[in-house]
Design a protein around this ligand. Structure first.
Ligand code: GDP
Ligand code: MG
Ligand code: ZN
Length: 286
């Protein structure tokens, strides 16, 4: 008898999919005739059928989004892990990661680390323009109260991004001391090279799921279509549609509402500057 169930793919190792149904964890293979280009990825909600001990993925439920690197679907948010020191805070890098995340229709969450290395609260000034624009910001360091962060993670799929050394692994280990053990065990079982290319998994953390490999490199901005970037930047959204020209790119055009808001201090000037730089860099390449 065929028995159709629904679950979330939480792991993919060489086309063997681990599915979590909420009550059980099973391993399934895709149906033989699933079309190329429409194969299941981690994060997908799928319908699968069980005949005896065999489970076959039958159908992928509609996706909210689909990242290429790492290959994950239905990502709710990206934790942009940014340290204040070592590596030093860079609004330039932070802005570019924000752009990439927004271009993929993923909600950015700014996660500021190494606050314990700051003698004063000077850093709050650096973050003020982001807070004003409506970004969610959490601060984390050894011994911090991470309740707000845990609440943000609950019930969602999150991907972490940020420079090497920013504190991504430390953060996850703080939230769940088992995290490191799990990732190390998997790397060991698969061998180093394969870990990044063929394996991807969701880890249960704080009642939510976290993708085990970091996503979003600021280099990817060159590969991605940035046509709609202005409409996806939170800082710009209130001003979109108020420029003289409907197709205003907010660069050299007259009567631009975005540029006016930058001049009057309503829009974070570094966000605008990075937007302008990216648009001009891409012009040179294309
Ligand atoms: N003082 C301090 N050190 C931290 C903090 N977060 C990470 N570190 C240290 O920074 C280094 C890099 O952290 P890691 O978690 O490996 O960064 P990742 O490359 O982003 O995963 C390690 O030596 C950590 O112990 C923090 O909030 N405060
Ligand atoms: Mg790490
Ligand atoms: Zn404009």
């Amino acid at each position: 008898m065929i028995n159709m169930k629904t679950g979330r793919i939480i792991k993919n190792v060489s086309n063997q999919y681990t599915i979590d149904t909420g009550t059980e964890t099973i391993v399934a293979l895709p149906r033989g005739n699933m079309r190329k280009g429409h194969i299941p990825v981690v994060g997908d909600l799928v319908e699968f059928e069980s005949f005896g001990k065999t489970n076959r993925i039958h159908r992928i439920l509609p996706r909210k989004n689909r990242l290429l690197r790492p290959a994950v679907a239905n990502v709710d948010q990206a934790l942009i892990v940014t340290s204040l020191y070592d590596p030093d805070f860079s609004d330039h890098l932070l802005n570019r990661l924000i752009f990439l995340v927004c271009l993929e229709d993923v909600e950015p969450v700014l996660c500021i680390t190494k606050c314990d290395l700051s003698k004063n609260k000077e850093y709050e000034k650096k973050l003020a323009p982001y807070e004003k624009a409506g970004y969610t910001i959490v601060y984390s360091y050894p011994g911090s109260n991470d309740d707000a962060l845990k609440k943000l993670l609950a019930g969602k799929i999150s991907v972490l991004c940020g420079q090497s050394g920013a504190g991504k692994s430390s953060l996850l280990n703080r939230l769940d001391p088992h995290f490191q053990l799990q990732t190390q065990a998997i790397s060991k079982a698969l061998g180093r090279g394969k870990h990044t290319t063929r394996h991807c998994a969701l880890y249960p953390i704080a009642n939510g799921w976290v993708v085990d490999t970091p996503g979003f490199s600021s280099l990817d901005l060159q590969l991605i279509n940035t046509d709609d970037l202005d409409k996806k930047i939170k800082d710009f959204v209130p001003y979109i549609g108020h420029c003289r020209f409907k197709d205003c790119k907010h660069l050299k055009e007259p009567d631009c509402a975005v540029k006016l808001a930058v001049e009057t201090g309503e829009i974070n000037p570094t966000i605008y500057e990075d937007y302008r730089q990216i648009k001009e860099e891409l012009w040179k390449i294309r």
